[in-house]
Design a protein around this ligand. Sequence first.
Ligand code: SF4
Length: 1403
Amino acid sequence: MAITLRASSTAAVVVYTAATATPNSLTAVVASDSDGARELVGDNDKVVVLAQATDIGGLLAAAESTVGLVSALVEAKHLISLIPTLRSAARQKNDGDKKTPALVIHVAVRAGKRDIGSVLAMRDSGCAILRSTSQQDAVDFALAASVSAQQTGVPVVHCFPASSSGFEFTAGYDSAVADEAAAAAAAGSVSEAIAQVLEKVCQSPAKLVSYAGAADASVVFVTFGDVLGRVDGMAGVGVVQVSLARPFDGEALRLAVPASATRVVALEQNGRGVEWGALFFDLALVAWEEHRRPILLDAANAGSVSASHLQAIAAHARTLDTAQCFDAGTGQEEEDLEEGLEEVDEGESLGAYGPLLRDVFGARLRVANASGCASVWGAGGRASSRPEFGFGRLAAAAQERTQLAEAVTGVLRDVAVPLPRELHAALATWLGGRDDPGVASVEQGALIEALIAEIKELDPKLEEVSRRSAHFPAYSRWLVGGDAWASDIGGSGVHHVLSSGGLLGAKMLVLDSGEYSGGPRKKDIGLYAMNYGSAYVASVAVYASYAQVLQALAEADAFPGPAVVVAHLPRTASPIAALQQSKRAVDSGAWPLYRWDPRRTQDPFQLDSEELRRHVADFLRRDAALVGLAAPRVGAAVAAPSVEAKAGAVLRARGDVSALLSGVAGPPLLVLFASDGGSGEEAARRVARGGRRRGMRVRCVAMDAFDADELGFEPTVVVVASTAGQGEIPAAGREFLRALLSTSANLSQTGFAVFGLGDSHYWPRAEDAVFFNKPARDIDRRLAELGARRIAGPGLGDDQDADGWQAAFGAFDAALWQALSLDVTGAEEEAEAPRRTDEENKAASNFLRGTIAASVADAATADVGEWDGKLLKFHGTYMQDDRDVRADRLARGEEKAFSFMIRVRLPGGVATPAQWLAMDALADEHGNASLKITTRQTFQLHGVLKRNLRASMRAINRALMDTIAACGDVNRNVVASANPQQAHLQPEVARLAADISAHLLPATSAYHEIWLADELVAGSAEQTLPEAEPLYGPAYLPRKYKIAIAIPPENDVDVFAYDLGYIAILGDSQQQQQQQILGYNVVIGGGMGMTHNNKATYPRLASCLGYVPKDRAVAVAEKVMLVQRDHGDRADRKHARLKYTVDDHGMAWWREQVEERLGFAFEPARPYAFARNGDRYGWTKSTPGLNNFTMFIQNGRVSDLPGSPLKSALASVARVHTGNFRLTCNGHLIVADVRDEDVGAMTRLLASHRLDNLDYSALRLHSMACVALPTCGLAMAESERYLPRLIDLLDKIIDSAGLRSDAIVIRMTGCPNGCARPYNAEIAFVGKAPGAYNLYLGGSHNGDRLNKIYRETVTEDQILELLAPIIKQYALERIDDSEHFGDFVIRKGIVKQTREGKDFHET
Ligand code: SF4
C-alpha cells in the first residue's frame, strides 16, 4: 500500500474512492490534481475530479456499497461549504448506515497562511479534525485517518503542512501492516483508533497532545499549529501542541500543561480580526484544578510565529492579569518576507520562470518581495507581494550597500586599521568594481566576509564592515509579481520602481497569464514602462522562445537602471496546454515578443516575434510598392511589354471578365466546409467547381468564416463536414456549429445539402456507431429543425469504401444537381481534369526541380504548394504547419503557420563536434531552438521558415553535411549500429553506410542548383537539361527505400524494420584477436507504416535472402533497389513499399531477381543471435586508448527547458570534445572516442550538466516516441510531448511491481505511419485521435517479432487500468528474470503471437 502526499498551491477538488475490504483500501491520498492522484495504486480504485467541493456529498450518496473509503483533497477555503456534507455523513454512520463510505478530507495548509482558521471553523461539524506537522507524520496520520474513518464511521478532516514549493512523500505499508492497523483500531473511539494506529503500526513518536519547552514554564502556549521547536531554550515558556482538535481531549491537555503555568495562551491562527477563537473556548472547558487555575489568554491572528515573536507574545501575556483576547500581530508576514529575500519560490507561483531565473543568475539571485504567495494571480492583497514593498526592501539593500562602500573606504584609508595584505587587495578590488557581478561575486563576497570575521575585533571600523558584509555580492535583485500588477498599473506602485532611475537598478518580472482569447491583452505594463524612456523593457514567453527569455533576463540584469520583463505564463497545470496557449498568443500577435533597450541609439526596439516581423516586413514592402505606384513611371517605356505579351494579356483579361460576368449573373451557391486533413476541403471545392460550371455564383469558405445567423439570406447552401476525433467537428467548424445550435434564425427560405466524411470503423464498438459522420448528421438535423429545406443528402462518405469518401460523394453530387435541376449533361466531364499523381509529378519534375526555386523565392506566401512540397522531400525537407495554432489561424482566415522540417543525411549517425555545433547554432538561428535526434540516426531541424530555407541548407553544407535524399522516394539515410560494445567494428559499418548512401544518391544536380549555387539556374518545369538518373530513372522509386546495418548481438538499429537490412556475420580472423565482420545476412521487406482500419496495409519484418561476403554489400543494395524500382506498385502508394512487393511475389522470386542482376547467388544464411534492440548506456571502452559514453536523451529531443538546459549543455561538451558524436537509432547520443587522458575531465563535465544521469527506470531508458504534434502534419495524437508523462504514471506501477530495473521496450507514435517503430515494441501506443491510442503488446525484446493489437482507442485512464494488472502478473509469474515482457504476454495468451506481417491484424 502506498500513501502519497502531494501539496501544492493549486489544489483541485480531487476525490479518491477505494474499493472496500481489501488492505489496499486503506490507501490515503492527498494529491494536487487528478494527474497526481492517478499515480496511486489500487486496481479498483478511482479518482474523480469534482467541479466543487460540495459535490462530494453527491458522490457519497451515489457511491455503491463496493466503495469503502472516499478520500478527498480540497482547498481550505472550500471546507466551510463541506460542513453540511460532513454533518450528514457523520449522522448516517451514527445511524448505522452501512452503505455510506468512510470519508476522509485532506487539506494542505500553509504555515502562516491561517488556513487553520478554516479548519477549526469545522469544529462543530461532527467530524474528527487531525493535524500533522511533518512529512512523516502526515503519512502516518493519513493512514490513521483512513483506518479511523473506516472503523468508527466518523469522517476525518486531516490537514497537513504544505510548503510553498509543495512536497511529495511516499511511504509504503505492506498488506500485513494495513491489516494490523485495521485490527489495532477495531474498537474504541476516534482518538483511541488514531492513537492505536500511530503507536502500534506506525511506531510514530507523534502524540495527539505533546508538550515542549521549559519544565517550569510560567507561560504556556496551546496551538493546533507547529511551534514545538521554536520555544527551545526559551526561559519560562512552553508549548502544548494539539494534533487532534476534534474530539478534543481536555484531560490530556490539562495533564500536559506544567503546574507552574500561570498564563495559558491559545495561539489562534484565525486571521479574522481580534476575536475569541476556537482554541480558547476549548481551553475554557478544561477542568483546571482549583489550586492551579491559570489565566487564560487568546492570541488572535497568531499565524505561524517565529521564536522572537513568541517571546514577545509571552512577555505581553505576563503583563495581563485577566482572561482576554489580544492581537498577536503579523509574525507571518515577516517570516515569508525573509524567505522571499533569500530565495526564489520555485513553486507554482513562478511556474517555468523560477528554475529559469535560477539558471541565469544562480546564487546571485535575490527576490525582494514575498513572491511565495499561494499564487501570483491572487497575491495582490498582501502587502509584502506589492512592488512598493519590494521597492522598500531594495532601497534598504541599496542604502546598506552604499554604507558598506563608505565603511570599506574608511577602512582602506585609515592606515591605523590592521589590514592583512590579502584582505586589503580584496577590499580595494571590490570597491572599484562592486557593481560588476564578475568582481563582486557571491564567492568573492563570502571570502571577504570570512577574512574580516577573523579580525573584526581589532578595530571598530572592521566591525562596521563586518556587520554589513552580507552586501558584498552584486546580487541580481528582482521584484516578482503577477496579473494584479499588470491590471492595475497605476495603483500597484510600479511607477515608483520605474521612476527610481539608476539609483536602485530594480528589476521587475511581471508574470501575466495573458488570458488569451483572441482579444487585446489587458493593460500594457510594457508600454507603460517604455513611456518612462529610461527603463529596459522586454516582453517574453518561455513556452514560445526560451532563448529570448534568457537574453531578456540577462540584458535586464546588465542594464544600469530599472528593468521590466513582462512574462507570459498561462494559467494551466498542463505543460502541453501552456505551450499551446503561449504559441497561440505569440502567433496571433496578442502577446508580442520584444526587447526595448533605450541605450541603443539605433533600433532600440527589437521585435522578436517571427510572425509579427514577417507581417511588419510585408506591410513595409506593400507600403513601398504603393509609394512606387504613386510615383511617376520613369522606367515604364524601358519596361514596355512586347506586342505578343500585350495580346496575351488582353485575351486573358477578356476571359477573366467573361468569367466574372457569368459568375455575377448566376444564382448564388454557398459552400461551407470544415476539414482537418484536406479531403473535406477537396470535396467542398468539387461542389464549388460543379456550381460554377453550371453558371452559379459560388462562394466556398471555411465554416467558421461564416456567421450562422446569416444563413437565412442564402437560398442554397451546401455544407461539407469532416469528422475529427470522437465524432467532433474539425476545429475550423467549431464556432459555426456552436452558433448553429444556438441560433433561432428562420431558414425557411434556404435550401441545403450536407455531405460528411467519416470512417464507419474508426471506433470499433457497436455503440460507437453514433460517432460516424456525427458533425454532418448534426448539421443536417439542425438545419432541418430551423426550417431549411433539404435539397439532397445527407451524403455520408466512408473511408471504409473501396473508393473512400468519393464513393458516396458521386451519388450526393448527382442528387444535388438533379434536385437543383442543374444536372447538365457533360458538365462533370468538362471540369474534372484528372488529378496529377505522385508518379507524374516526379516524372515531370525535370529531375526534382519542379518549380521549387520559384516557390521558395515567392515572398507572398509561406506555402510552396502541394506539388513542389512533394518534390522538396527529395531535397531533405518537408513543409509542415504548427498544429497548435492551425485552428486559430483558419478561424481568422489566415494561412496556416507553415514552416519546414529539415532532415540531414548522416550515414551511420556519425557527426563531428564541429557539425554538432553547426546544427546547434542553426537551430537557434533558423529553427525552433531545438534539435531532434531522429529514430533514423540523424538530425532534424523544425520550424524553419521558407525565407530561411536556403540559408539553412547552405549552412548544413558548409558544415560538410547535406540533406540530399533524406526524404522522398529514394534511398534514405543509411543507418548502422552505434552500439559501443563492439566499437572496433563500428568504423567499418559506418563506412559501409556511407558507401551505400553515396552509391545510391540521386544523380541530379537540382539540389546544388537550387540550394547552393549563387545564382539560380533552374526553377521551371518546362526547362530541360541533358541529365539522367542512371539508377533511378526520371520517376525515381515507387516509395522510400530504407537500409540498416546491425552487428549482433545488438539490434539497436531494428534491422528487420527496413526495406533492406544487413546483419553482420562475425568470425575470427587469423591476423586479428578480435572478431571481424566476414559478410552479411541480407534481409528485405521490412517496414512499419500502415493505415488505421485498412487491413491491406500492415507492418512487416524483413525476411532473409541469404548471406553475401562483405565486399558484395554495396552491389546488393543497388540490385535490390532496382528490382523494387521495376516491380514496385506505382499505382497505389499505400501498396508501394518494398514489403508489399515481397509479399506479392514471394522470397524465391525475389532471390532469383536479385541474383540475376548480381550475377552470383546468395549463400545460405549464417547463424547469428540478437539479444536486444535498446541502447547500452554509460561508459564503455572502445578501441585501445578511446572510450565512449552513451547518454539518455528523452525521445531524442535536444532543447533548453527551464531547469534542464540540455541543448546548451551538449554544446559545451561539443566545444571541448576531441572525438565524435554518434547518434543512435533509439534517439540517444554517444560521446564517442574520448581519449583515456580526457575521460576524467569529460566525466566531470557530463556530471556538471547532469548529462550522466542514467537513474531512470529501465522502462524509460527503453522508450521512444516520434515527433507528432505540433509539427507533424499526419499526427492524430500527441507522442513526443506525451510519452514522458505516461511513463511517469507507468513508473509507479513498475516500481510497485519491483520491475524498475527490468527493461521493457515501449514506444509511441502519433499516427500509424510508425516512425518510432512501434510495431515491434513490447508495449506500443499508436495515436488514433487526441488522447486516444491503440495499444499493442507482444513485440520481442530484440525486435524480431511484431506485436499485436490488445485494445483499440484507449485513453490514459484505460491504459493504466489495462497495463497495471498485466505488469503485476508479469512480475509474479514470469518464468525467470530472462523472460521478457513481450514473450510473457504471448505465453500467457494475453495476445496472440504475430508470425508475419500478413497476420498482424488477426486477433
Ligand atoms: S509516426 Fe505519424 S505522427 Fe509520428 S512523426 Fe511519423 S508521421 Fe508523424
